[in-house]
Design a protein around this ligand. Structure first.
Ligand code: ADP
Ligand code: MG
Length: 398
């Protein structure tokens, strides 16, 4: 789960990381009011969306008076911000963060990620802040310094000092840098984050170290033990198809194609998508309905897949290992009776009690296209929608 910049800054500041004074606003008038509350002469209005690259896309504006703040806000509120990290539709702007403008002398990149190969938290930093890490690694790979944290002891002072020296932090500011690094690490570890990125971490002209941008991502599987983090979820920033799936306990990722997939098991779901591509089609989604493909779950899956209006055929691919094909077949039949499905449905069953499962599908009287191998199922799914296209039939309009 992702959170907004202002939320990540609030969290990091509780762990001892310094941030600039700032306040949240939901309207242009409120933004101007909050700037007056903050005081000073210059502010930065920052669109709060779950994506980086806002600066280059017009989502970060420096303002020197009420009028400029209102104008900046009017160009943001209610619009979608398209950055290189969003889809072409962009992400809706419904809140802005008004922050005192800092006088910056240096920008540093700081990231905390999970390194799967060492199974450790890895700190990645570079003196070339402000740029995206992908660009830094292409253009200035030598500027990147890394440090791996030993989980039994956590981030050690000497490690943090080494990083500070490698980044060329002046001696007098090293303790501040150590506090910042340790604060970010503790926030990462204590809250089960999978990523903390501060880009840029700045050194101001008056020698303060401040997190000027902040991004945090949390492990969804650990959210149950962090209710205060779950509260920060902002559905306006999510793909609505994926939010609906998450709310129903299904693992779904929306894609651009038109063949909907209902599969049990993540690996099988990936193989199903590959096979659809091999057969010349494009999957509309990744969907893992989990091990126990009960009729209720199958029905939920059909509703979810059909909520994507690009879907023109549905491929159900179930391997019954612990489960039984006859139960799954009953589930598919009862789901198809309950949910109005107006596109071709191709079902491939394999595993325990497959003959009985096939018999139930055949005798249901429903227009189910059966397939015995995954390749055959994929070819039939691709064939089903392309035939309809050739005939000029809009299957969804039936
Ligand atoms: P993004 O990464 O989404 O583009 P940032 O928060 O990193 O957004 O802002 C982009 C740039 O804007 C920063 O690299 C920094 O140079 C400048 N900036 C952001 N906040 C402030 C601030 N409070 N004071 C001065 N400059 C800022
Ligand atoms: Mg940034």
């Amino acid at each position: 789960m992702d959170i907004h910049e202002y939320q990540a800054k609030d969290i990091l500041s509780k762990f001892g990381v310094d941030i600039a004074p700032g306040a949240l606003a939901y309207s242009p008038e409120q933004a101007a009011y909050r700037a007056r509350e903050l005081g000073g002469e210059k502010w930065v209005v920052k669109a709060q969306v779950h994506a980086g690259g806002r600066g280059k896309a017009g989502g970060v504006k420096v303002c020197s008076n009420d009028r400029e703040i209102q104008e900046a806000c009017e160009n943001m509120f209610g619009r979608n911000l398209v950055t290189h990290q969003t889809s072409p539709q962009g992400k809706g702007i419904y809140r802005v963060y008004v922050e005192s403008a800092m006088s910056i002398s240096r920008e540093i990149y700081l990231g905390f990620v999970l390194d799967r190969s060492t199974q450790r938290v890895m700190i990645v930093a570079s003196g070339e802040g402000g740029m995206e890490i992908e660009d830094i690694s292409l253009q200035k790979p030598d500027s990147i310094v890394r440090s791996t944290v030993e989980p039994a002891v956590g981030l050690q002072d000497f490690q943090a000092r080494e990083l500070a020296f490698a980044l060329g932090i002046e001696d007098g500011m090293v303790p501040q840098m150590v506090r910042t690094l340790k604060g970010c690490y503790r926030a990462f570890r204590d809250l089960d984050a999978t990523m903390v990125e501060v880009n840029p971490l700045v050194i101001t002209v008056d020698n303060r170290i401040i997190a000027l941008d902040a991004k945090m991502t949390f492990d969804d599987n650990a959210l149950f033990r962090h209710p205060q983090i779950s509260e920060l979820r902002d559905k306006s920033q999510e793909d609505p198809r994926e939010s609906r799936a998450a709310d129903r306990g299904l693992s779904y990722v929306g894609l651009e194609g038109n063949i909907g997939c209902i599969v049990n098991g993540a690996g099988l779901a990936m193989a199903t998508m590959d096979t659809i591509k091999l057969a010349g089609g494009e999957p509309a989604n990744f969907l893992d309905i989990g091990g126990g493909a009960t009729p209720e779950r199958v029905a939920k899956a059909f509703r979810l897949v059909l909520s994507d209006e690009n879907v023109q055929a549905i491929l159900v691919n179930i391997f019954a290992g612990i489960n039984r094909c006859d139960w799954v077949a009953e589930g598919v039949v009862s789901a198809l009776k309950e949910v109005q499905v107006d596109v071709p449905v191709i079902v491939r069953l394999a595993g325990t009690n497959v003959e009985e499962g096939q018999r139930i599908l055949a005798q249901s009287g429903l227009p189910i296209i059966r397939a015995s191998t995954l390749m055959e199922a994929a070819e039939r799914a691709v064939g089903a929608w392309s035939n309809d296209l050739k005939l000029g039939v809009n299957v969804r309009a039936v």
